[in-house]
Write a protein that binds this ligand. Sequence first.
Ligand SMILES: [Zn+2]
Length: 56
Amino acid sequence: MKCPECEGKLEVLRLCRKVLLRCGTCRREYQVHEVAGELDRETEELLARYPAIIYD
Ligand SMILES: [Zn+2]
């Protein structure tokens, strides 16, 4: 999915206890709940690989 700020590509970034989305262009990081309403199918499938996501 695209970054709301610059329309760069967001990448799923796994941290120890949670997952963030990071823009590969502007490096801004988003928590999943911040963009939950805008997730596209590709990103949802990536996130689905992490069954223990903490959404806040
Ligand atoms: Zn960006």
